[in-house]
Each structure stands twice: as C-alpha cells, then as structure tokens.
Write a protein that binds this ligand. Sequence first.
Ligand code: NDP
Ligand code: X2W
Length: 347
Amino acid sequence: MIKAGIIGATGYAGQELMRLLMQHPECEVEVISSRTYKNTNYDQVYGNFMGIASDKLVDEEIDEISKKVDVLFIALPHGIASNKISSKILENTKIIDLGADYRLNDLSVYEKWYGVSHGSPELIEEAVYGLCELKRQDVKKSNLIANPGCYTTCSILSLMPLVKNNLIDKGSIIVDAKSGVTGAGRALNLGTHYTECNESIKAYKIASHRHTPEIEQELSGVTDSSISISFTPHLIPMNRGILITAYASLNKKYTYEDIKEVYEECYKDEQFIRLLPEGVFPETKWVKGSNYCDINFQIDERTNRIIVLGAIDNLIKGAAGQAVQNMNIIFGLKESTGLEVIPAFPI
Ligand SMILES: NC(=O)C1=CN([C@@H]2O[C@H](COP(=O)(O)OP(=O)(O)OC[C@H]3O[C@@H](n4cnc5c(N)ncnc54)[C@H](OP(=O)(O)O)[C@@H]3O)[C@@H](O)[C@H]2O)C=CC1
Ligand SMILES: CC(=O)N[C@@H](CCC(=O)OP(=O)(O)O)C(=O)O
C-alpha cells in the first residue's frame, strides 16, 4: 500500500483528496495536517466523514511528515510550499503540490504574476507540470509534481489539439471561463459570502489572472511559437464546476469533421477526456464529482472562428483527481485507479 500524507487536509482540495484516497484500493492515508484544527478528529471538520474517518489532524513540520509517507500532497495557499520543500525532503518522499509554486518554469514570470519571491527557485527546474494527458512520461520520473490549476487544466486540454496541429491563428485565442465558488477555497472571504455571490455573475482579475501565464506556457510548449491569450474568469453562484468557452480564428477553412479527427487523434487513448457528439456541448453538471474533462466545439462559418467548450469539476480534474492521477502514474498503477467514478447528478 502507498502511504500518503495530506498537508492542508482541511481545505476544499484537501477534503477531496481525503475522499479519493480513502477509497483508493492501493493507498492509505497515514498523516493529515492542519494548523487550525490540530488534534481535532477529521469527521468533526467535515461531517460527510462521520463514522468513516475520525483520524486526528496533526500540526507537524513537513520534513517530519515526509519521513513517514511515500507521497505527500500539499494543498496549501500559494507561496507556502516553496518555503517548506527542500531537496532533502524530496529524498524522503514524492511531493504533489496542488498550489502554484512550481507551475511556472520562469522565476521572473512567477514573481511578476504572484507578487512574491519564490522560496526554493533551485527546485523549479526539477518540478514537472502534472497535466497527465500531456506530461505523463515526465511525471513517471519525477519527485516533485506541480499539479495544474483548475482553469488551466480545462483551458489547455480544450485548446491543445488546435495549437499543436497549427489550425488557428495563435494570437487570436480568447478564453472566457466560469468557476463555481469552491474554486476560491474554504477560507473566509467577503467575495464568496452567500449574499455577495448568489444571484450574480461577475468577471474578476480581467487581463491579470495568474492562470494566464500558466495556460500560455503550456500551450506554447506544444508548438514552435509563443502563445499569448486573453483570459477572463467569472465567479458563478454554484458550488463546483468550471466551464470554459474559448474562441480562436481558424487559419483556413476546415469542416467540423476535419477538426473532430484532430481531437480524436490527440485524445484517442485518454480515458478522462470525453469528446462529445456533434451538437452536444459540455455542461458542468455532467462532470460533477468525476475526473472527466468534457470537450466539444463548433465552427462559426460566418467569421471562420472556432468556439471550443470544456467542462471539468474544479475540485477533481482541476485539483484532487488530477493529483491522484499523477500519483498513479508515479507509482506505476493503472492511471484511473481510484478515479473511476461516474459523475454525480444531481448534486
Ligand atoms: N479549490 C479549488 O478548486 C482548487 C484549489 N487548488 C489549490 O489547492 C490549494 C488549496 O486550495 P483550497 O483547498 O481551495 O484552499 P482552502 O482555503 O480551502 O484550504 C487551504 C488549506 O491550507 C491550510 N492553510 C491556510 N493557510 C495556511 C498557512 N499559512 N500555513 C499552513 N496551512 C495553511 C488550511 O488549513 P488550516 O487553517 O486548517 O491549517 C487549509 O487546510 C491552493 O493552492 C489552491 O490554489 C488547485 C486547484 C483547484
Ligand atoms: C473561483 C476562484 O477564486 N478560483 C481561483 C482558482 C482556483 C485554482 O484552481 O487555481 P489555483 O490552484 O491556481 O489556485 C482563483 O481565481 O484564484
């Protein structure tokens, strides 16, 4: 059995990790940590674990925890992990970081978009960007996984086939993204109070959201030129889910079938990518609670633009599910182990 630890087990991403790992046939959760809920039983923090997980949360240093586990999931706010992880810790255990500290290859880009200095820049090169469908060969060999962000996972998976196969004008990509409120985490925050976000939709961080360089980095990585995008996230009054609607100019006339063939070729072996039938478009409710990313597109013949839609559950394929998928790859398990869940509808 793989022994796992979760740092930040009381957050929304940590809770989903706990739920997935406890049901994983090849894994046992050895350590769960929290500062605020130190010495509290897990089912007192999350009632859905009542009678299932009464393990005590501990507040131990990462280096101590790293000696007890084969894999350590870090689900902390940005900027903390990079001050705690060291080469020595990576000798003890594999790290899967759900935060953003190791996602950007270029330190100056990280510091510019996150506005903080990086705690362990020497480890950035070692880290592998853990978008499993693109990087599984590198993930296999890595001790430090930078698990991608939720908007980025959905955007990159939805757009990658077009960029990789040179079907669009690369300067023309616009991503309009919408997220449920769990995307903002469990910590108290005025913007996510019920009355502040219910019955309302708002865009935020327009032309300045930190997922922009992450999407650009990974899309640039599948082609020979650098990609710049316009990215606008919106907060939607629902608990979970991300829907992206992306627009790009096609570089010549293509039929629906031409493009469908390209997507099918890219994702033919991907269990968690569902290319929907013509005319059926992704909806967050059809992926809820699962590790699926649903994708489809439509060509607007009048403008020769393609409109691509993608949907994921931000807490699963956008966070904990992808982290477990990465763990499965690292430990040589079937990639879908513990993740073969049918989306839950209605919830
Ligand atoms: N929510 C989502 O949809 C997604 C989240 N992520 C990423 O996962 C990480 C966790 O996110 P999420 O679960 O939503 O966040 P939450 O705010 O829900 O949880 C954060 C966790 O970190 C702990 N924590 C907070 N501040 C500190 C600190 N200063 N030192 C140590 N521990 C701290 C909290 O626990 P306690 O106070 O009990 O110690 C809590 O367990 C973030 O990096 C986020 O960006 C990635 C993809 C999607
Ligand atoms: C609704 C909401 O607030 N979403 C978060 C993104 C959460 C996420 O997946 O991203 P990280 O892992 O990079 O934090 C935001 O916009 O910052």
